[in-house]
Design a protein around this ligand. Structure first.
Ligand SMILES: *[C@@H]1O[C@H](CO)[C@@H](O)[C@H](O)[C@H]1NC(C)=O
Ligand SMILES: *[C@@H]1O[C@H](CO)[C@@H](O)[C@H](O)[C@H]1NC(C)=O
Ligand SMILES: *[C@@H]1O[C@H](CO)[C@@H](O)[C@H](O)[C@H]1NC(C)=O
Ligand SMILES: CC(=O)N[C@H]1CO[C@H](CO)[C@@H](O)[C@@H]1O
Ligand SMILES: [Zn+2]
Length: 378
């Protein structure tokens, strides 16, 4: 998760650059270590140095780093979310009994032990960090072990041009070519000071919490014999913190392969409740599908002890933005309204030991995610 910025502090004139970016630009500027960042919905992206990018990260501005995907994006038929319907129709939830039975099998201790492992890596930084890659391998090994022996259940790495890979697990439906349901969140972490590939970044809440929710939902569905008619994928992304690198690589690949998506649910930080505030599910209303949000609101009412409140987190605050940009329907339930989010993220202090970290709170998101997958894909 990236904080909502109060204001853009970009160098003057940066947005004035209006010309289209050529293949030669991309080759020569990346060779100089520059990165191409987009700061606003449909705005022309701008070149910044690696140092400037780190400074932008430290000041908590939102952006998509489109360096690797820019040329692919230009070739996509309809990559502008604004041109598509963002209020799709979804049927009301109707499998409450089956969903409740599976929810009973969700285990906090499974999530706890997976998070202990994820936070034990010095960091899970996406590039030039051995432990970043080892963390991806841990997720891949864990979900591969869950998949083993189950027909039509698979797990694989999605390699990128940087060190850390993303992980995709799949339960193929009986109608393999029908639209996908996706539950995704990032597995990387960051300590946004100089040399983030070396610094300690436990990333317990951001986003160890969402990552272990998704592992546990996958486990509960597979062990529960879930056999959907339409396919489901579970995604753990590399490189969210440096500008949604992994999720953009995957979303633009799916778009160019004509993959249809029924609904994408994002998990990024699910375990923190600011002491003294009311415990709620914060349902983001910007850069999402309204119809999908209505559906998720019904799932919260049905399956969670918490109520939901609408909130906004701004452009590119997490991986759902990558799917939204390609015109896919998205939804993003989060741990708290943006103002009450975990203040310890992106540092060595994002651990389960902080006052406000709550497994009981995080479990509510595992329930909602499980219900989302079951009802959409069955
Ligand atoms: C990863 O690091 C290498 C080596 O410094 C660099 O060339 C590359 O651009 C980095 N990748 C990203 C996506 O930042
Ligand atoms: C696996 O997929 C095939 C082909 O769609 C289907 O016929 C079969 O029933 C599935 N098996 C399970 C265990 O779901
Ligand atoms: C982390 O916690 C330590 C000890 O409380 C504190 O000195 C340090 O400033 C904190 N770092 C950040 C980035 O919040
Ligand atoms: C979840 C979590 O943060 N667990 C632990 C990971 O390891 C560090 C360093 O030993 C501990 O401080 C964390 O509490
Ligand atoms: Zn995050």
């Amino acid at each position: 998760m990236k904080f909502l910025s109060a204001a853009l502090i970009l160098l003057p004139g940066l947005f004035a650059q209006a010309s289209s970016i050529t293949h030669d630009d991309i080759v020569s500027k990346t060779a100089e270590g520059l990165r191409l960042l987009r700061f606003e919905d449909s705005a022309e992206p701008v070149w910044v140095t690696g140092e400037e990018k780190l400074e932008i990260l430290r000041t908590h501005q939102h952006f998509l780093d489109v360096t690797e995907v820019w040329e692919r994006k230009q070739s996509l038929p309809k990559s502008r979310a604004a041109e598509v319907d963002n209020d799709n129709d979804y049927p009301a939830p109707s499998h409450q009994k089956e969903v409740k039975a599976l929810i009973e099998t969700l285990s906090i201790s499974n999530m706890q032990s997976n998070l202990d492992k994820l936070t034990s890596f010095n960091n899970r930084f996406f590039n030039l960090s051995d432990t970043g890659k080892e963390a991806s391998q841990f997720v891949l090994d864990t979900v591969s072990a869950i998949a083993e022996g189950h027909e039509n259940v698979t797990a694989k790495a999605f390699q990128h041009s940087w060190t850390q890979f993303s992980v995709i697990a799949k339960i193929a439906g009986s109608q393999a070519d029908s639209p996908l349901t996706i539950l995704g969140g990032h597995l990387d972490s960051i300590n946004a000071n100089r040399n983030p590939n070396l610094l300690r970044a436990p990333g317990a809440d951001d986003n160890g919490s969402g990552a272990v929710n998704i592992i546990e939902i996958f486990r509960a569905l597979v062990d529960g014999g879930f056999s959907p008619s339409t396919p489901v994928e579970f995604h753990w992304y590399s490189g969210e913190e440096p500008g949604n690198l992994g999720s953009q690589d995957i979303a633009t690949t799916y778009k160019s392969d004509d993959v249809d998506v029924k609904g994408y649910m994002n998990f990024d930080m699910t375990a923190y409740v600011k002491p003294g505030t009311e415990e709620v599910v914060s349902l983001h209303t910007d850069f999402v599908d309204e119809g999908l949000n209505t559906f998720v609101g019904q799932l919260v009412d049905e399956h969670s002890r918490l109520s939901w409140v609408p909130d906004e987190c701004g452009y590119a605050c997490s991986d759902h933005a990558s799917w939204y940009e390609e015109g896919y329907p998205t939804t993003f339930p989060a741990e708290a309204p943006t103002v009450d989010e975990n203040p310890f993220i992106h540092s060595e202090n994002d651990t389960i030991d902080v006052d406000g970290f709550s497994w009981e709170h995080s479990l509510e998101f595992a329930k909602i995610g499980l219900a989302f997958v079951y009802e959409l894909a069955i």
